[in-house]
Design a protein around this ligand. Sequence first.
Ligand SMILES: O=C(O)CCC(=O)C(=O)O
Length: 279
Amino acid sequence: MGIGPYGGTESCAKRMSPAPLNDEQVAAFHRDGYLFVEDHFSPQDMERLLRVARVDQELAAGATDRFDTEGRVSRLSLRYNLEGEDSYRAYARHERIVEPLEQLLGSDIYHYHHKMMMKEPHTGGAWEWHQDYGYWYGAFLREQMGSCMIAVDRASRANGCLEVLRGSHRFGRLDHGKRGDQTGTDPERMQVLEDRLELVYCEMAPGTVLFFHSNTLHRSAPNTSAESRWALICCYTAVDNTPFIDGAAGDFSPFDRWDDERVRVAVQAHEERLALAPD
Ligand SMILES: O=C(O)CCC(=O)C(=O)O
């Protein structure tokens, strides 16, 4: 039984409460704009999450298509609230996600939204270079926001893993405009940053997580492989950085954080509702 970076064992049920990130991890996040934590969740937990997500008609019904500049489609299913006991909301409440991100952002946080990114074999389209704060700027005054990408499937260069530009969060928010169905960064500045900064391919085994800052430039290539690339991305904002405009989507209020056992119970209940046989 392996020991994860959070001091727990591979079995979700037996993991201990999360330990804080160490100084080196926090410094790496501030330097690079992102932080990988391998083996954050066990492969078994990710298999269960994927099995649920694959048959969940509600998730599928809530999915929307986004087209890249070449007209290839990427699907995502997004939720702005934590009302409900499904597996994705359980992970969005997970103390292993919320507490490290609070540490990295230096603030208590509210949930903004979470989304299952469904990049299908051969068809999953690209995501153009952007900053999340480029999308969110219209509703939020400050960039004190961040996300955690959980690799549910294995993410590789072949299936269109996320790509980040190391240290790009330090250049502030760039102008964004329409790129296909998406919002992308100003190409001229983007070219300069691509020339100057290191491109990092976020190849991740199931259960690895990537915490990243809202100004970190990222994109992903189309999925040209026979393997799907599903990932759950949970997004949060500092509690004193709620939307300044009326009617912005989201439910910005304190929420309960769930530990391993509470998340496991929610996933199991979800499996039962979907009539999935236990492993
Ligand atoms: O899933 C991906 O490949 C890209 C997702 C992304 O860029 C985002 O959600 O902001």
